[in-house]
Design a protein around this ligand. Structure first.
Ligand SMILES: Cc1ncc(COP(=O)(O)O)c(C=O)c1O
Length: 367
């Protein structure tokens, strides 16, 4: 006999999940809104990608190529890797989810860092496993702290490199040291969503490690430097054993036809990507300098966003700043959910967006 209040019960851990809250998109003033809350590219997509997307309209009655072949081939050629080791997904979020559901179950643990990307605890819990948080040093992942958190139950370590929302990164030597310290049956997921933006000689997204081991995966996205966030497209470079697992559990047509076509065209337009990165190279330091001149601390960032720190008390807090910016149509991201209530994360927008942010911030600070 079922009683009237009984209902289907989700898997253990799911009701402990705090649902992901995306960045806001609207301001409260009139006029143009500068959305600097989701690290999107102010340059938008490559014109070739838009053209490829539009051309698909004629063929929408047909299923896409379930293996995303054209896109995997384009990526393989651009990066000098084997297309058989690439799995594409509806955003890198989907690939992270597939990795979690492929390798985690009840009783397992997965590690992420203190201010790591918030999707990790969600997908860990969604698969009945326990999230383990490794402390960071100076808002930067700390390899020793991650290794100290490993137990015989650890199945995955998620490392966003560079990390969102801090903008900090771990050198390739440190990533290799982390890998060397992990047991062979623990998967190291290198989430390199912002890799294109990094201009540091000691940084690498991790392809070499993937190529030479069975327990490292690198995930990448088209949502940031490629300007295709709305399309939902990402990819993972995996050892054969991991690609095999992901291909067994992914949806048979998990990437839409226009996404495959636009993604392949975007990869082939290296010039557009370079423009997006150059734009960031120009405006990231400019925005950082102005914010520092206003007396606020900025965490040094290698991504396309900055983390700005405000006094914790008084009338000039991050919450007050956020309200002021929104009223001036500058929409940034509150960081309470990341354990950083005194900070705001601000994406590097177009020239007008950067100017609107620094002008509004100046008014807020000096009023
Ligand atoms: C570190 C990190 N990983 C993954 C993602 C997800 O990107 P996608 O749009 O490809 O799902 C993001 C998006 O904000 C991110 O910041």
């Amino acid at each position: 006999m079922t009683n009237a209040t009984s209902m289907p019960r989700p898997r253990d851990g799911i009701l402990d999940i705090a649902a992901y809250v995306p960045g806001k998109s609207s301001g409260s003033g009139s006029g143009k809104v500068h959305k600097l809350s989701s690290n999107e590219s102010p340059l938008g997509p490559s014109p070739a990608a838009m053209q490829a997307y539009t051309a698909c309209a004629q063929n929408l009655a047909l299923y896409p190529d379930g293996g995303s072949g054209a896109l995997r081939d384009a990526l393989a050629k651009a990066h000098g890797i084997n297309p058989a080791n690439i799995v594409c997904g509806a955003g890198s979020d989907e690939l992270l989810q597939l990795l979690a559901s492929g390798y985690l179950q009840s009783g397992d643990e997965a590690i992420y860092t203190e201010h790591g990307f918030l999707v990790y605890p969600i997908i860990i819990r969604a698969n009945g496993a326990t999230p383990v948080v490794a402390p960071e040093s100076n808002l930067t992942a700390d390899v020793d702290a991650i290794l100290a958190a490993v137990t015989p139950r650890t199945r995955i370590v998620f490392l966003a490199n560079p990390n969102n929302p801090t903008g900090t990164y771990v050198s390739f030597d440190e990533v290799k040291r982390l890998h060397a310290g992990l047991p062979a049956d623990c998967l190291l997921v290198l989430d390199a969503a912002y890799a294109e933006y990094v201009r540091r000689n000691d940084y690498e997204a991790g392809m070499e490690l993937v190529s030479t081991s069975k327990n490292v995966v690198m995930t990448r996205t088209f949502s940031k430097a490629y300007g295709l966030a709305g399309l939902r497209l990402g990819w993972a470079y995996c050892p054969a054993n991991v690609a095999d697992v992901l291909n067994r559990i992914r949806g048979p047509f998990n990437v839409a036809m226009p996404a495959i076509a636009a993604g392949a065209a975007a990869v082939q337009d290296a010039g557009h990507l370079e423009k997006a990165v150059e734009h960031n190279d120009t405006w990231l330091p400019k925005v950082t300098t102005v914010v520092e001149e206003l007396g606020l601390k900025v965490t040094p960032s290698v991504g396309n966003f900055v983390l700005v720190h405000f006094p914790q008390n008084g009338a000039k807090t991050a919450a007050e700043a956020d309200a002021f910016l929104v009223s001036n149509n500058v929409v940034v991201r509150r960081m309470d959910a990341y354990g950083l209530p005194g900070a705001l994360r601000v994406s590097i927008g177009d020239e007008a967006g950067c100017a609107a942010f620094v002008d509004a911030l100046r008014s807020f600070v000096t009023d």
